[in-house]
Design a protein around this ligand. Structure first.
Ligand SMILES: NC(=O)c1ccc[n+]([C@@H]2O[C@H](COP(=O)([O-])OP(=O)(O)OC[C@H]3O[C@@H](n4cnc5c(N)ncnc54)[C@H](O)[C@@H]3O)[C@@H](O)[C@H]2O)c1
Ligand SMILES: [Zn+2]
Length: 351
């Protein structure tokens, strides 16, 4: 897998112009959702070559990251003369970069694509690393391919229009990057003032957080080994996320990951000796900022079932990445049903 070029842009229009002028694209398509078409697309409209680009718009929201909209994108490309040498630009959050990356990777067996993530979560997590796909049969990201974008162009200006919840959703992944890398990185993230956001300071933080993701992706693009570090908080987090959708009270991915981290820090403490004071500090930060998702013990069996469907499982056992300390990774760990239920109890009792 070739390394994708991740660029934090000072002037995204110039960067985009430079990239596109080097290639001889037969046509350019820009994929947006209903919100990014209004909020983000006008910021790119000054680039003359984009005035002739065709805009594909799909409805916003993860529930639309499905086969129907994937087929719509393929059909739009097909009916509007896309060829093997067309370019697709995905302008949006993780929903758009996931479905757009998958559409581009499969249309005529693959065309070039660029991700311009416009949410923090999309930037920190979804747009970098090459995982693309759609939800299928009620399961998140059930069908997809790993195929990195040619470029990921990041412009922190886009985050200024995000609501606080979507900001926090991305911040949870930054917290994860701190926990799986180093004390220095974690300190920077934990000390960032979430109430009065300083966007210049934030851009610096963003850079080092992306370096953490790139480090693991480069070492192990196909997630056979060390890339599993990035799954910390996601085994239980994904189950909570899917469950929240099932019961019609959807929570954002980063919120689910934050709650998944509370549970998996507990498992880390119990099973591999993660330090208790640090676990308490991280939990306090999460509960101070993220409105708790409530569920009762009657939901445990369903949550457990969802974990059993997780793509990360190698055998019938549920696969976890745990931490013995900051950056002290313990991949391919398992936990019994009782231990998992205990971790869910711990989450529900914590505040
Ligand atoms: N591929 C991966 O590795 C990976 C990793 C994590 C998450 N994901 C996927 O990413 C998705 C979640 O990403 P997300 O949180 O970015 O969701 P999203 O793309 O649905 O965006 C969240 C909301 O913000 C709006 N929005 C986008 N940019 C905006 C802006 N600049 N200003 C204001 N509003 C804006 C969107 O229209 C949407 O309503 C899920 O589908 C998840 O499965 C993929
Ligand atoms: Zn994630």
């Amino acid at each position: 897998m070739s390394k994708q070029k991740v660029i934090i842009c000072k002037n995204i229009l110039e960067t985009l112009k430079d990239i596109v002028s080097k290639e001889d694209y037969s046509s350019i398509f820009v994929l947006t959702d209903t919100n990014t078409a209004k909020i983000c697309l006008p910021k790119l409209s000054e680039v003359d070559f984009l005035s002739s680009a065709k805009v594909i718009e799909i409805p916003a929201g993860d529930e639309n990251k499905n086969l129907e909209h994937l087929a719509y994108i393929w059909q739009f490309l097909s009916e509007n003369g896309a060829t093997r040498s067309s370019l697709m630009i995905n302008l949006g959050g993780g929903m758009i970069t996931d479905i757009g990356g998958f559409a581009a990777s499969t249309f005529k067996r693959g065309i070039d694509y660029i991700n311009i993530p416009t949410t923090l979560l999309g930037t920190i997590d979804a747009a970098v690393g090459g995982k693309t796909g759609i939800n299928f049969c009620g399961l998140k990201n059930e069908v997809g391919v790993i195929n990195p974008a040619d470029y990921v162009l990041i412009d922190p200006q886009f985050f200024r229009t995000l609501d606080h919840q979507n900001f926090l959703s991305g911040y949870a992944e930054m917290l994860k990057h701190g926990l799986i890398s180093s004390e220095e990185e974690l300190k920077k993230v934990v000390n960032f003032d979430l109430q009065n956001i300083d966007f210049d300071k934030f851009t610096e933080l963003l850079k080092s957080s992306i370096v953490v993701k790139e480090y693991f992706v480069e070492k192990d693009p196909k997630e056979q080994n060390i890339r599993k570090a990035l799954n910390f908080g996601h085994t239980i987090g994904h189950a909570i996320e899917s469950y929240s959708h099932e019961i019609g009270k959807p929570i954002l991915h980063g919120y689910a990951v934050a709650f998944g981290m509370v549970c998996e820090l507990y498992l880390s403490y119990v099973k591999v000796g993660f330090p208790l004071p640090l676990m308490r500090q991280i939990n306090a930060l999460i509960f101070e900022n993220y409105e708790k998702f409530d569920f009762g013990c009657k939901s445990y069996d369903r949550l457990y079932e969802l974990m059993r469907h997780d793509k990360k499982n190698i055998s019938s056992e549920i696969n976890f990445t745990l931490l013995a300390g900051i950056g002290n990774l313990k991949i391919n760990q398992t936990a019994t049903k009782e231990e998992i239920f205990e971790a869910l109890d711990f989450y529900r009792d914590a505040n």
